[in-house]
Write a new protein. Structure first.
Lengths: 119, 172, 401
């Protein structure tokens, strides 16, 4: 059972992800912006971060970059509505290990997580 | 811009006349008509009336000041909008010294400006300073907040009824 | 073909003054005091012209134009207008058989009022054919399209007759090539917009709307179709009139990049309720529109916003960021007016990108309105490589091996 941090400004989306993930994973935190994501990551060191891109205060790509800089072993999956090629390239550059576009189906979330953490 | 006087009622309507004021428009009534304007977000509705002369007017402005722009539409801006409305009312018999003002609108909903104050706030600041310059007292207002408003000015009494989508209505 | 902003403003002004002149003619003949509500230029598919008239009965008075402007113009009256108009004529209340000829003649005179200003401006003559009288439902009031898929500029004026709570419209559909030549010739060359690329941009937006509609279908299971996508040009103070003043629920964002601007996704209240509940995994706590509904709409707006603008970014090979969505629940015009005012600080006219979607199964309607900064939209059009116009989807293979 891996530990997961969910970073998404939408309560609705956090609930949805929690429902999908809590069967097989332990949710160690739910945060609403990139600053909190970095903070909680440093405290908890979860196995996986599900990271939205468009968030207030600090976006998910910047947060991923900082998490990866501090801990190159971190696993971050972008989970976002953004489907722009340039953004995807930025996410890859920041070190994202996977990219799920919303709206998503449950199997694609599970598959992305398996591919990323090898669980 | 036309003036609605008692001689020009619309098509035999027995009820009190209602005149719609669009965005960046104004209307004046000398016949106790009801002037209405709807869907004010950061826009402001400024009602002026001279109870003794029976002249009332309403202008729906969008931006604070016409300074530095070449735009012929005076009613789009708070400063020139108020001046134009007041002049038109004076032409219809109002006396500046008796004119009173009521203002509503200027919400700060959907203000994406990151620094400085939003348009709703700046609209209201401009209204206050223009009214002050013209010597017209502001007797009541219902401004700001994060909701839209629709207005109904009773030309006979100067009562301004402010209706919100979710917050009911009140008369100021 | 390059058309500058100034000539779009000029032509919009000609249509607006023409509509006022036509309305003044009507007033002279009948005493009817009607008012021109809004005039705008819209670039859209010929097949979608008059879509907003669907289901209603109209009387149309149609004219062919020849000379400097080629094309057709139709005065469209709500059917209920014709009785009062005829009655208001001197000697009014004529028999049934007189209605057609009276309305035709009024139309004829209004048409002269509408077109004379154009001819004067263009310093030439524009001929119009004798009036055609058509009784029809919805868009059938217009002459049949030669090519429904062609994109055309439509000059549309909405005129209201407050005394009777009735509306009529003037639609002018000039031949695209002739019109764009005229607009190009009348410009000064500053702030030029490549109009042909505007059509391409429209197609890209159509793709974005289809993506947003797919998103709705995937998330809610409600089969949703993109209906209409168009781009209009109007004075900034007319922008809020794009939206009805009934109560809407939706989201607004500011987007930044090339182009930047504001984007709204609006649902009428019933649709918002339906969509939110289709999205919720469980029954909502409490009555009416709850916080859970709001959160569902917020996320829906977020995903649809991305679906809508990602296509632009991918074709333009750039990125367009947007702020987190802000949920709004208010009068339609109060929602759009702060955005129009923010754009209006820099410009007196605005492009309005507008899409609508619908579904057959359930009461559901959604409108998308985007207000781009016009300098940046021009920049985006300048950058647009038309050979990439179908590349609205990211090339995932090359990014993630």
């Amino acid at each position: 059972m891996s530990e997961v941090l969910i970073a998404d400004d939408s309560e609705f989306m956090r609930n949805l992800l929690r429902e999908i993930l809590e069967e097989d994973h332990r949710i160690v935190g739910e945060v609403e912006n990139g600053v909190e994501a970095v903070e909680v990551y440093k405290e908890q060191r979860p196995d996986l971060v599900m990271m939205d891109i468009v968030m207030p205060i600090r976006d998910g790509i910047e947060a991923t970059d900082e998490i990866k800089n501090g801990d190159p072993e971190a696993t971050v999956i972008m989970c976002t509505s953004v489907g722009q090629e340039e953004k995807m390239k930025e996410a890859v550059k920041a070190g994202a290990d996977g990219y799920i576009t919303k709206p998503f189906q449950k199997p694609s979330v599970i598959e992305a997580i398996e591919d990323a953490v090898g669980a | 811009m036309k003036v609605y006087d008692s001689g020009k009622g619309t098509m035999g309507s027995p009820e009190q006349e209602r005149v719609k004021v669009g965005i960046a428009e104004y209307e004046v009534t000398t016949s106790d008509a009801t002037l209405t304007t709807s869907g004010l977000g950061s826009c402001l509705g400024i009602a002026l009336y001279d109870a003794e002369a029976g002249v009332a007017g309403l202008v729906h402005v969008m931006l604070p000041s016409a300074a530095d722009v070449e735009d012929p539409n005076t009613a789009k801006y708070a400063d020139t909008g108020i001046e134009t409305l007041l002049l038109e009312m004076e032409r219809s018999g109002a006396e500046r010294g008796r004119v009173r003002a009521k203002v509503a609108g200027g919400s700060d909903m959907l203000d994406f400006s990151e620094n400085g104050s939003g348009i709703g706030v700046r609209n209201m600041q401009q209204v206050e300073s223009t009214l002050d310059d013209l010597g017209v007292p502001l007797v009541s207002d219902d401004v700001g907040g994060d909701h839209g408003r629709s207005l109904r000015l009773d030309g006979a009494s100067g009562d301004l009824t402010v209706k919100s989508a979710n917050k009911g209505s009140k008369t100021i | 073909m390059e058309v500058d902003i100034q000539s779009l403003e000029t032509f919009n002004q000609l249509a607006s003054e023409g509509a006022q002149q036509a309305t003044a003619m009507l007033a002279q003949m009948t005493g009817i005091q009607a008012e021109v509500e809004v005039t705008k230029i819209t670039l859209m598919d010929r097949a979608d012209v008059g879509e907003e008239l669907a289901g209603q009965a109209f009387v149309g008075i149609g004219f062919d134009l020849e000379g400097a402007l080629v094309g057709d113009t139709t005065l469209v009256f709500e059917e209920a207008c014709t009785g009062p108009i005829v009655e208001a004529l001197p000697g009014g209340a004529a028999g049934e058989e007189m209605v057609e000829s009276s309305v035709k003649e009024i139309g004829n005179i209004m048409m002269s009022g509408f077109i004379d200003g154009w001819a004067d401006f263009l310093r030439t003559t524009i001929e119009h054919s004798p009036p055609r009288y058509v009784e029809a439902t919805g868009a059938d009031v217009f002459p049949a399209a030669n090519d429904p898929n062609e994109q055309v500029f439509v000059f549309k004026s909405h005129i209201q007759w407050p005394g009777e709570d009735l509306s009529f419209y003037i639609y002018m559909l000039p031949a695209y090539d002739r019109l764009t030549e005229l607009m190009a010739d009348s410009g000064t060359g500053d702030d030029a917009v490549p109009v042909d690329k505007l059509s391409v941009f429209n197609e890209m937006t159509k793709q974005g709307t289809a993506t947003a509609a797919d998103n709705v279908t995937q998330m809610t299971g409600i089969e949703t179709d993109a209906e209409v996508t168009q781009i209009s040009f109007a004075p900034i103070e007319d922008v809020p009139k794009q939206v009805d003043n009934k109560s809407y629920v939706g989201t607004a964002v500011e987007f930044s990049g090339t182009p930047s601007g504001y984007l709204m996704i609006l649902f009428d209240e019933t649709s918002a309720m339906n969509v939110a509940e289709a999205l919720m995994p469980m029954e909502p706590d409490g009555e009416g529109f709850t916080d859970m509904h709001e959160s569902a709409i917020e996320e829906m707006g977020n995903i649809m916003t991305s679906g809508f603008i990602d296509g632009w970014a991918n074709v333009l090979e750039t990125s367009v960021d947007h702020t987190p969505p802000r949920v709004v629940h208010d009068m339609g015009r109060a929602i759009i007016d702060p955005l129009a005012a923010q754009v209006g600080q820099q410009q007196e006219h605005a492009f309005i990108i507008e899409s609508r979607m619908q579904t057959a199964d359930l009461e559901f309607g959604c409108e998308i309105h985007a207000l781009p900064d016009d300098a940046e939209l021009r920049q985006a059009l300048g950058d647009l490589d038309v050979t990439r116009k179908d590349q609205t989807e990211p090339d995932v293979e090359t990014i993630f091996e």
